[in-house]
Design a protein around this ligand. Structure first.
Ligand SMILES: CC(=O)SCCNC(=O)CCNC(=O)[C@H](O)C(C)(C)COP(=O)(O)OP(=O)(O)OC[C@H]1O[C@@H](n2cnc3c(N)ncnc32)[C@H](O)[C@@H]1OP(=O)(O)O
Ligand SMILES: CC(C)C(=O)C(=O)O
Length: 562
């Protein structure tokens, strides 16, 4: 890279528009959408779509709700010609959908284009020519006057040709290609020439489509350009002002949004931003951005994963895992503070209220996505996310101090494995550390118990196995079975917390008991868990695990037994 890039690159000049109004506006309704997946998107593929893939994608675009679809360049491609002709002849285009076909300003190509679509109920013919200085000088070798004459001549030619097919409603779309790099006065001249020659008026609509053929400036510059044109185009009420942003600077969506503020009424783009170079405007992102502002986009992405599959199959291009709204990872949080906030947000979310879950700009369910992968655990994660997964997937809701303790255990494992831990691995880790009877090694094992009534309280006869394999029968009296079991062990311990839940649903579900034991003089408490159909068994198991987790817990019982 150059140390002085200013010797090779220039900043794009600002537009002199002192009374610009777009910055203080808000988008309150969806634009008219045009999908150019089958034309500009197709133009950008290693292998252009064959007939089958084009028809598949066309069907999907119709299903999603697009009412205007650019079908291709029939004068340049036999496949495009045959597909559009067949769809028209066989009634394959729904009545509320208008196909669009593109052509250059060349008589032979215009002829062929009209042949491809004549007889359709309604059709948009898309004429384009590049108008920016470099193209005028280097590509075409034409003056501004000559370029204008080219436009007038070919719009007139199209007008004359379509007059022979009055059964079709013909709409002209004129695109001054390279608009964003052209002088605004030149763009206006070309567009007004097209508007006048087509004789736009009541019942004779024209679409003026302003592209960022190559994105070269910040979106505010594009918005200024659009507002400037919006205020000066002739016969404005008969003109649909459209934009066609590309994404060379990564700001295609921002350009489209700001253009809508500046007076654009229609937007062209592709699903998930496919298209030449860095792509066309991503229609899905723009539509869902509107949706998250409470504006109905009038496109249906309620099965966004299904749409992604169709797009990937038809284009042969994968969608990035962090692509807005659709990427595999966009509803996943790894970091602890995010997980904690998301878990709390879900718990607090009013199902009828405004969406307010932290870190999630949209409810994944609205897009047909599940909550399954929202929280994933690796070494960046904290107690909140871990607790959320255990609760959601295994019905274990840990008390706060247990969450803190367990998250340190998980952290250690994630650090050493340097990988993500799946929810099943967390559950295994939980069982290994806390859960009798799964836990094994160096501990007190529950063998059986009998409760009896005693005038001093609840009595329990407890049979346990010590780490050396010997069995012991212990008896204790307390205020309840757990208290009695503590008394039976005869250790200087205290129960600091006790919780019971049912694991899974239904009456037959196992009970899960969580017991926190403190040993005066020892730093920190220890948790244990037990699961059993009988809650007393689960509770005694949990108690024995917690005691076993103190180094000298089993040792003291062993000493006593010898
Ligand atoms: C920004 C965009 O996406 S615009 C859309 C671009 N899409 C495509 O080009 C895909 C389909 N195109 C094609 O198949 C071919 O380019 C065709 C059939 C249209 C034309 O093919 P060819 O006649 O072989 O020309 P070629 O592909 O080399 O294009 C360059 C010629 O087109 C001319 N041209 C480019 N744009 C236009 C235009 N809008 N109107 C008239 N002529 C044009 C160039 O000046 C050049 O002419 P020259 O050969 O006299 O110097
Ligand atoms: C011709 C226009 C609409 C185009 O595709 C572009 O400029 O990118």
């Amino acid at each position: 890279m150059l140390r002085n890039p200013q010797t090779k690159y220039r900043a794009f000049p600002c537009i002199d528009l002192p009374n610009r109004r777009w910055p203080s506006r808000r988008i309150a309704q969806a634009p008219v959408w045009l999908s150019t997946d089958l034309r500009d998107g197709n133009q950008a593929l290693f292998e252009p779509m064959n007939r089958q893939r084009k028809l598949h994608l066309f069907g999907e675009l119709v299903r999603l709700g697009f009412k205007e679809i650019e079908m291709g360049f029939p004068a340049a491609s036999r496949t495009d010609f045959e597909i559009i002709r067949q769809l028209i002849d066989e009634g394959g285009i729904p009545d509320d959908v208008t196909p669009m076909v593109m052509t250059q300003l060349r008589e032979d190509l215009i002829d062929e284009t009209v042949r491809a679509v004549a007889g359709a109920r309604r059709v948009i013919v898309h004429l384009y020519n590049a108008i920016a200085p470099v193209w005028r000088q280097v590509v075409f070798g034409l003056s501004v006057d000559e370029v204008e004459q080219l436009v007038v001549r070919h719009v007139q030619l199209l007008k004359d040709k379509v007059a022979a097919h009055p059964q079709t409603e013909w709409v002209l779309q004129y695109s001054p290609e390279t608009f964003c790099m052209a002088e605004l006065e030149v763009s206006l001249r070309m567009c007004n020439a097209a508007i006048r020659t087509w004789d736009a008026g009541p019942g004779r609509q024209i679409i003026i489509n302003l592209p960022t053929t190559v994105e070269v400036a910040t979106p505010n510059v594009f918005a200024d350009q659009i507002e400037w044109m919006h205020e000066r185009l002739e016969r404005r009420e008969h003109v649909v002002l459209s934009v066609h942003p590309h994404n060379d600077r990564g700001t295609g969506v921002a350009c489209a949004e700001q253009a809508l503020l500046a007076g654009a009424q229609r937007v062209e783009g592709c699903l998930f931003g496919n298209g030449e170079r860095s792509g066309n405007l991503d229609l899905v992102t723009l539509a869902l951005n509107l949706y998250t502002q409470g504006v109905d986009p009038r496109l249906d992405f309620s099965d966004i994963a299904g749409v992604a599959r169709v797009a990937e199959t038809c284009t042969g291009l994968p969608i990035h895992p962090r692509h807005p709204y659709v990427g595999d990872l966009v509803f996943t949080a790894f970091s602890g503070s995010h997980q904690d906030a998301i878990a709390k947000g879900f718990a607090a979310q009013d199902p009828e209220g405004f969406w307010e879950v932290p870190y999630l700009p949209i409810d994944p369910k609205d897009l047909g996505r599940t909550y399954d992968s929202i929280v994933r655990v690796n070494s960046q994660s904290g107690k909140g996310g871990i607790a959320y997964l255990l609760q959601r997937d295994h019905g274990v809701s840990m008390p706060r101090r247990m969450q803190v303790e367990f998250s340190a255990i998980v952290q250690k494992m994630a650090d050493s494995s340097e990988t993500e831990l799946a929810s099943t691995e967390l559950w295994e880790l939980f069982q290994r550390h806390y859960l009798a009877p799964a836990r094994a090694g160096g501990e007190l094992v529950y063998l059986g118990h009998q409760l009896f009534e005693d005038e001093a309280g609840q009595g329990v006869m407890l049979e346990i196995e010590l780490p050396n394999g010997s069995r012991q029968k212990l008896q204790g009296i307390g205020t309840g079975p757990i208290d009695a079991a503590v008394a039976a062990l005869g250790l200087p311990i205290r129960i600091d917390s006790y919780e019971e839940r049912s694991l899974g649903g239904g009456a037959a579900a196992d009970a899960l008991a969580l017991v926190e034991v403190a040993w005066p003089g020892e730093a920190g408490s220890r948790f244990g868990a037990g699961s059993h159909a009988n809650i007393v068994v689960a509770s005694i198991q949990a108690l024995l695990v917690a005691v076993s987790r103190f180094e000298h817990g089993p040792a003291q019982l062993l000493q006593r037994s010898s």
